[in-house]
Design a protein around this ligand. Structure first.
Ligand code: ARG
Length: 585
């Protein structure tokens, strides 16, 4: 049931507007500040100019024309707003039976059917640490991929590993000077990172180091077997560590083919740019000027450096071309922060190539860079380098301590768990705390991590959502003991209607529009915010009313339907954010 769409369509009808304006109208609908004013509000300010009428008059006029139907009970003017009261008796059973009938599909609008989206996310650099910034890409990217998939997109998850480039020159330079087999065996990626940092620091004093590193990378590009063997060994060692982290996060990729895999394609692609007359020589380098098409001052897209080495941008051009060949995508999304210029250059260079070669499909216009802000305050207790795994371990350990303390303080509310259960709960809660934190603000917002708040069972946290879910599961366990099952049959549901119940029904109605917005805006935060509000509305209901009243089976069954629908929505939302919906905590 798409309430806002229904209202928007009715509004277009009485406004004599074409149906294709309904989307814009639906986007203007909001909840009134006070539920007593109505369920949905339409502000009339925007119409004043077009209709040459004062907004309050427009509201009155529309209210008289709308009347009632099987969704709208009545529409009333309140100043410049037109407020709608929904027909609770018809809306409630519709929502509850839809949510209970298809818990996993409720909220889906399916606009991705028949479409393909490539999502490039995580994409860490090998031999540089996987830190919290990469977690944001991993987490936000995985969230976007799940949202797209939920809407029916075929999603291709690409981990475009940074396994190529001068940084390998530094690592190999360091290895040849200071490398220690035993250390490499024992500490793998940690050791490679140390080597990289050591060589890089030295290059700041000694230009010879930089030159040697550059030269080593050139030899790698040319396929020198000795260098290539070293590189391949370092790559495998690093990848192993990344894979463990992804497994822990429950994230899978369709491919780990990184920058190195595109290497062979780069030369021919650069030739295409030259043949098309799009690339020009500049101080020995080969570049595509893009400021003209981007419309601001921006460096050209560099395809080849003056020393002959290919660039990150050239590789991304070749990679995007290959992606289009392979998938003919409807969207090609790069979840990467602080590379806005890089992607603007790459997309513009590809656009120019397309124009020069006369492509029928201007697909570079469907490439997007989804960026995000900084994370501050992220360090482990010991204040050591910010390795993601260390942070996840710390979160797990703190969750465990907290759970033990809760049992000690109130064993009735928090019964002691078996060691196995305690392990599973601590890991799930720790992950939820860290992963939710990452999407608890709009992605472009800089966020500050704080151990004390992220693990709370209240507030804007992942554990709060898990706790709400576990509480709903607890209600169902009790219902089972009392022999009661949910029922969304109109006769039962007619018993619902108090303020808290209706607030929850309205919130459930907001799930589908929220998921649509989250998907279109590539903003998993929208889901997080919604679930947080849903939990608050649910807890207000739960604190005000008894769900199970053995003396009133009909009411109990209707309330169970409401709780069941809410639990299903919460579970779906948690899944979309990559959090485990725990049944007990
Ligand atoms: N490896 C890069 C980094 O960590 C990110 C790669 C993003 N993806 C891409 N196709 N350029 O900075």
């Amino acid at each position: 049931m798409q309430i806002n769409e229904h209202i928007a369509a009715r509004l277009c009808g009485v406004l004599d507007w074409p149906a294709d304006r309904a989307g814009a109208v639906a986007a203007m609908l909001a909840a009134p500040p006070d539920p007593a004013l109505g369920d949905v509000a339409f502000p009339c300010f925007g119409l004043a100019k077009e209709r040459r009428q004062a907004p309050p008059l427009i509201a009155k006029d529309l209210a008289a024309k709308i009347g009632s139907d099987d969704v709208i009970a009545r529409a009333v003017a309140a100043g410049p707003y037109l407020n709608f009261f929904l027909d609770r008796g018809r809306v409630t059973p519709g929502v509850l039976s839809a949510a209970l009938g298809d818990p996993a599909g409720f909220g889906r609008r399916g606009f991705g059917a028949g479409r393909t989206a490539v999502v490039d996310f995580s994409s860490p650099n090998i031999a540089k640490p996987f830190h919290f910034g990469h977690l944001r890409s991993t987490n936000i990217g995985a969230g976007i991929a799940r949202l797209l998939e939920f809407q029916g997109y075929r999603v291709v998850r690409r981990n475009y590993i940074g396994d190529w480039g001068t940084q390998f020159g530094f690592v190999i330079h360091a290895w040849r000077r200071w490398g220690d087999e035993a250390e490499l065996e024992a500490r793998a990626i940690d050791y490679l990172v140390e080597l990289y940092i050591r060589a890089y620091r030295e290059s700041e004093q000694d230009a010879g180091v930089r030159d040697d590193a550059r030269n080593l990378f050139l030899r790698l590009e040319q396929g020198d077997p000795e260098i290539r063997a070293l590189w391949s060994r370092f790559r495998e060692l690093s990848l192993g560590g990344f894979r463990d982290t992804y497994r822990r996060l429950g994230i899978e990729f369709d491919s780990y083919a990184g920058e190195s895999a595109v290497n062979d394609a780069v030369g021919p692609v650069i030739d295409r740019f030259m043949k098309a007359g799009v690339a020009v020589e500049s101080e020995g380098a080969l570049v595509v000027p893009v400021a003209d098409v981007i419309g601001r001052e921006i460096a050209p897209c560099m395809l080849r450096k003056s020393d002959g080495a290919s660039t990150y941008a050239a590789r991304d051009c070749a990679e995007a071309l290959a992606r289009y060949e392979a998938f003919g995508f409807d969207a090609n999304i790069y979840v990467v922060s602080r590379q806005e210029d890089h992607f603007a250059q790459v997309f513009a260079a590809l656009g120019k190539l397309g124009q020069a070669e006369g492509w029928a499909d201007p697909w570079p216009g469907r490439c997007e860079n989804v960026s995000f802000g900084f994370v501050r305050g992220m360090s482990t207790r010991k204040g050591e380098a910010v390795w993601l795994d260390a942070v996840l371990n710390e979160a797990r350990d703190q969750a465990r301590r907290q759970r033990l303390e809760k049992s000690a303080a109130n064993v009735r509310a928090f019964p002691e768990l078996s060691p196995g259960e305690l392990d599973a709960v601590s890991e799930a809660v720790g992950l939820a705390a860290v992963l939710y934190f990452d999407v608890s603000a709009r992605r472009m917002t800089d966020v500050t991590f704080d151990w004390k708040t992220v693990l709370q069972f209240e507030g804007n946290t992942g554990p709060y959502l898990q706790y709400s879910h576990a509480r709903m599961c607890g209600i169902f366990r009790k219902a089972l003991d009392a022999g009661l099952a949910p029922s969304a049959a109109p006769d039962n549901v007619a018993r619902l209607g108090n303020a808290e119940e209706w607030a929850l029904v309205l919130k459930l109605l907001g799930f589908a529009p929220t998921l649509e917005r989250a998907t279109r805006e590539r903003e998993p935060f929208e889901v997080a915010r919604y679930l947080n509000e849903l939990s608050a509305v649910f807890n207000a209901f739960y604190n005000a009313h008894q769900v199970i009243d053995p003396a009133d089976a009909a009411l109990s069954r209707a309330r169970l339907a409401l709780v069941g629908a809410t639990r299903g929505v919460l579970a779906t939302g948690l899944g979309l954010l990559g959090l485990t919906a725990l049944e007990t905590m």
